[in-house]
Each structure stands twice: as structure tokens, then as C-alpha cells.
Design a protein around this ligand. Sequence first.
Ligand code: PGA
Length: 255
Amino acid sequence: MKKFLCAANWKMNKGPTETAEYLTKFLSLLPKSSQSQVAFFAPGYNLPAMQKALQGSSIFWGAQNCYFERSGAYTGELSPLVLQQLGATHCLVGHSERRQLFYETDEDVSKKVSLLQELHMVPMICVGETLEQRNQGKTHQVVLNQITQSLSRAVPEASFVLAYEPIWAIGTGQVATAQQAEEVHQWIRQHLVERIGPEAAKNTYVLYGGSVKPENSSELYNCPNIDGFLVGGASLEVESFLSLAETNLAFAKSH
Ligand code: PGA
């Protein structure tokens, strides 16, 4: 089986009680033979409930955003240091909703990436083009810029995850075709080879996100350079997210 990481981005959905109920159900239904790696990204107020429910499991979890300082006068922000103390393993960074709605820049993203890495957490860096940029043939240029700038302060040899999420495919039901996704993923992998060397590039997870659902997951899973999914809408129900998290098992059984 190829390496596979399935991440849930709940966005601004669910509260602590629902978090506990969802995760209890998810853990009880997760097959013992599961070899998937799973991560949950929840709103900040759910993280203690998440920590409690996932304690002792091998499931990763974290916030959907953080600030790039450990503490201080930053009203409304989340401290990466406290996230780490709570037990978070990962943090989403630079999601397109943060970039578009909250004006987060590549500079901000790069500072968050380096602080998370200093604190031994794994940043999951989201990149992706708008429909307009794609139609203008700028996809590679936009994605390359985002990757280069996001990693400009990265701690050497510290790990990171990339999530390629074409903005036109997020929450729209319009998934990129496997061919469109693989084309960008292959190109990202090549860039990583040049940047961090073949071995590290091979070990770096590059996820696809944007309207991933159980109905389109096997086609995407089949792509050699797609190492997993970042799932919004379809992660809100236990059954659909579980089926996505087990895509590798389903695939192994059918081949
Ligand atoms: P979606 O969201 O699966 O609802 O398209 C993905 C994301 O925003 O990470």
C-alpha cells in the first residue's frame, strides 16, 4: 500500500459535544487493520475535546490556523506554543479561505510554518490557484510562488505537508479530474525533488483537496503523486469521512 494521509477540515462547524460524539463514533468504527494516517483540524474551542477523545490513538489533530508568535498582544489569535502544549501534532496553514477572506499573505504563512516547525509540529500548507489563474495558464506559476514563499523560512529538514487545493474546486462540488490533479501533483513532486532532494521529496505528503467525496476518491487515490486528501464537506459526517480514510484499504481489497 502506498503512503496515505486523510485529513478532515471541519472549518467553522461543530462544537465540543459534537466533537466528542463524532470522534468516539469514528474510533469505534475504524477497522483495527487500518493502515491509514488520519488528521482532524477543528475550530480552536474544540481542541481540548479532541485531545481527550484522541488520547492514546495514533490519529493526528490540530488547529486550522495559528499566529506566528508564541504569545503577546494579538487579540483573537491562537498561540502555536499552547497548541503544542495541548498536544496538537499538526496545524493547517494558508488555507485559501484564510488567504481570501482574512487577507493572509505568503509572508504570514512562512512565519507560521517556521514557528510550528520550531515547536516540532507539522504545518499542512495549502496552495492552489483560482479559476481565473488556471484559465490564464498560471497554475504552475501561482503554486510555485506559494510553495517557495511559504517555505522561505522553513527549518531545514523539518517536515511539512502540502495540500494542493484548486480554489475553484473547494466547496463547489467541482472536483479537479484525476488527470488535472495528478498533473499539478507530479509537477509539485518534481519541484520538491529539486528543493529538498529525491528521498525527502518522496517522503513528503502532497494531499489533494477540493470536493473530495467517497464517489470520486478512488480515481484520485489511483494517482501516483497524490498521497491523500484534505476533506471539507465530506468530513462532517463520520461515515463519509471514514470511507475516505479507508480508501487505501478498499483499494487494496479490490486489486
Ligand atoms: P471541500 O473543502 O472538501 O468542502 O471542497 C476542502 C477544503 O477546503 O479543505
